[in-house]
Design a protein around this ligand. Structure first.
Ligand code: IVH
Length: 700
């Protein structure tokens, strides 16, 4: 798509434009085309080849400049301008979108023999001794069809019934890996219809579900459902927030320009993937393999199945396709599937089990969560015995009864869930599930507000809630007090040593010393961990308080917003809502927390015990010394703990990466640095530095 020379010149142009933006020397009319070209180039680097060349904030600066010019000169807006993805208002409806060629399904196979059998039939039909195949991942998402006309994205549609889908163009434009324009004319094409799959990475899916779980809402079952649902949302901004991605794997139809002949890449499937890649689409160009015969295909499918868990997105199998497009035509299709392709499905991550009981657990905010206890079954290498059902509604929706046979799924890293019950195999001995009306721990009456899915125990002194709040406070992602895990907290609570959060800082060590299992060493370690926790940055303390709907990200936003934690007691609902990422629900919850005198009392108490409620400069830094730079740590650092070093990066505006890639600016190495260091040495742009050099950067 971009040659080395072109890449270099676009990088230079980027620097020039950024410089002009800084010096306010942008010329609306002269620079607008170059701004667009540069933005498209960086979208390609980021979303298609996953190798960005500029920092996010630099991209944002250029994007905002383009937006400002277009607002001042609407006559200069083009339909494929990078700004035109952003839609205003809500979508009214999704009009019908007839496909140019029906979107068929695929025949399934489950083992090597199935594939060998399928190859034999195909060879008999084609009267050939051997067929060349392409093998690529079967992406587990929602299928889409795109039409490009005269180099512009003209329509995006769902699969629908295969003959006609829904026109979801506005939503498709929110997917940054779908280009708004593609130079198909360079390949002699006037129109092209492309098929592909929209998906969510496992990471994005988890983030999305974590938010739902925080609200006691049932999370989405799998990334596939999440992708399909996202495509039909009426608010394009929400679609954009989901960070959908698309792989495009099939050219289903094309019209050549008058006088143009069919491009030679359009003779094979592998060629068409290359063509799509050249045009700037994210085709499985890097994932696809071409094989001469079926034996190698089978081997590759087995190998790829082992890699399944390492991929950033879900795949549920492989797709084997006849490579020659002429032979594909010759083999044709049934009404259901093409004869030139077959899916090789990986082992299902599902199992059936018996629903033995429902346990009702009380959370730290009093929410009552039903948890299904099933007969333990192994799924995907893990034994599953407990499955959260989130709220009463889920029990009803899935028509669950005690004693039911249930279908359980566990996809990759996703938490297990009950797909459905199997009422067909009921014996008549199943018992209905009765949701409690009283708290199973303190026996207070449960309450449910109309805007919530969950029942709550509103007695804030309920033992279960108090314990859960302490568990959360000491947990790794919160105050990270090692040695004060759930079992020890429970023990201290039962012995009357620990009644509330401030109690952590006044534990009676003279009494603890007399307990069995508490030697001098463990006492010293525990005391040290408690003392260290007083230095945790403000955002961790905010998260640790367990305010409803305030997850780690919101906690960070909040920590930037005030000079002292108690300042929140003065903020109005409206002021809270003005904070980034804080909607009415979250604002309401924060407001409620800080208007409660008991909470204020507790915070003041914590301050007198030595905890940091003040925001130090590092926490305030929105764009600190490390702004726009990416970091990764490896090995044991001489003075800093890994978590401290990482916190320094974040509080100084830097970003942490999970692995070594060309996106990485600094690898900070300590003792016994391993493979990350070796990998980083091979990438010239990665700077390898020591802890001392890192600290100099921080204080620069
Ligand atoms: S080819 C006419 N290739 O799987 C053949 N499909 O279970 C078109 N899918 O409806 C399909 N990854 O939505 C093809 N690499 C891939 C795929 C793929 C996922 C989906 C597609 C199809 C479904 C069938």
């Amino acid at each position: 798509m971009y040659s080395a020379g072109k890449t270099k010149s676009l990088q230079q142009l980027t620097t020039t434009l950024l410089d002009k933006v800084k010096k306010e020397k942008i010329d609306a009319k002269k620079d607008i085309d170059e701004l667009r070209e540069v933005l498209r180039f960086h979208e390609y680097r980021y979303y298609i080849i996953n190798d960005p060349l500029i920092a996010d904030y630099e991209y944002d600066q250029l994007f905002k400049t383009l937006e400002t010019i277009e607002t001042a000169h609407p006559e200069l807006i083009t339909t494929d301008s990078p700004t035109q993805r952003v839609a205003k208002g809500l979508t009214k409806d999704f009009p019908p979108a007839p496909h140019l060629v029906p979107m068929l399904s695929l025949e399934n196979s489950y083992n090597g023999e199935d594939l060998i059998d399928w190859d034999r039939k195909a060879r008999e039909l084609a009267k050939l001794n051997q067929i060349e195949y392409c093998v690529e991942p079967k992406f587990d998402g929602a299928s889409i069809s795109l039409i490009y006309e005269n180099d512009l994205l003209a329509r995006g549609a769902t699969r629908g019934d295969g003959v006609q889908g829904d026109d979801i163009t506005t939503n498709i434009k929110q997917i940054r890996s779908v280009p708004l324009s593609a130079k198909i004319s360079d390949y002699g094409l006037q129109q092209i219809e492309i098929r592909g799959e929209v998906l969510l990475t496992k990471d994005n899916f988890k983030k999305y579900n974590d938010k739902l779980i925080e609200q006691n809402l049932a999370p989405l079952a799998n990334p596939r459902n999440a992708a399909a649902g996202s495509l039909r949302i009426k608010d394009p901004k929400e679609v954009s927030r989901r960070n959908l991605e698309a792989f495009l794997y099939h050219i289903s139809d094309y019209v050549t320009l008058p006088g143009a002949s069919v491009h030679k890449l359009l003779q094979t499937h592998s060629g068409s993937l290359e063509l799509l890649w050249e045009l700037g689409f994210r085709s499985p160009q890097k994932e696809v393999r071409v094989f001469k015969g079926i034996e190698e295909v089978v081997k590759y499918c087995h190998e790829y199945e082992q890699k399944r868990d390492d991929l950033p997105y879900e795949i549920d199998g492989m797709v084997v396709k006849v490579n020659s497009l002429e032979l594909q035509d010759q083999l044709g299709m049934t009404t259901h599937h093409p004869r030139w392709a077959i899916a090789y499905k990986f082992k299902a991550r599902q199992a059936t089990s018996k629903l033995r009981a429902i346990e009702f657990q009380v959370g730290r905010t009093g929410s009552i969560t039903p948890v299904a206890k099933i007969e333990p079954v192994p799924i995907g290498g893990v034994t599953v015995g407990s499955i959260s059902l989130f709220n009463e509604e889920v029990i009803r929706e899935k028509d669950l009864m005690i004693g039911d046979t249930v279908l359980v799924e566990r996809a990759g890293d996703v938490i297990p869930y009950i797909v459905k019950s199997l009422p067909e195999v009921r014996t008549g001995n199943e018992q209905p599930i009765i949701f409690p009306t009283k708290c199973p721990v303190c026996h207070d009456k449960l309450v449910k507000t109309p805007d919530e899915a969950v029942w709550r125990c509103v007695n804030i002194n309920c033992e279960a809630q108090v314990l859960q709040r302490i568990f959360h406070f000491t947990s790794k992602d919160a105050m990270d007090i090692r040695g004060l895990g759930e079992a020890i907290v429970q023990k201290f609570y039962d012995l009357g040593f620990l009644k509330d959060i401030p109690g952590i800082y006044t534990l009676p060590f003279d009494k603890i010393r007399t307990l069995e299992g508490f030697g001098e060493k463990s006492i010293t370690n525990l005391q040290a961990a408690i003392t260290t926790s007083k230095e945790q940055p403000l955002h961790r303390l905010i998260f640790a308080l367990g305010i409803r709907y305030v997850g780690e990200t919101t906690a960070k936003t909040l920590a930037h917003a005030v000079k002292h934690l108690l300042d929140f007691a003065q903020l109005s609902l409206e002021e809270l809502q003005n904070l980034e990422d804080v909607g009415p629900k979250v604002a309401g919850s924060i407001h409620q927390f800080f208007r409660n005198p008991d909470n204020i009392e507790m915070l003041k108490h914590l301050e007198t015990l030595g905890l940091k409620l003040k925001n130090d400069k590092k926490d305030m830094a929105v764009s600190g010394n490390l702004s726009g730079q990416t970091f990764l740590f490896t090995g044991t650092l001489p003075t800093l703990k890994r978590s401290e070093a990482e916190a320094l990066v974040e509080s100084n505006g830097g970003k942490l990466l999970g692995s070594v890639s060309s996106k990485l600016n600094y690898l900070v190495t300590g003792d016994e640095a391993g493979s990350k260091l070796e990998k980083a040495k091979k990438i010239t742009s990665v700077k390898i530095i020591s802890e001392a050099e890192f600290l100099t950067l921080v204080n620069r």
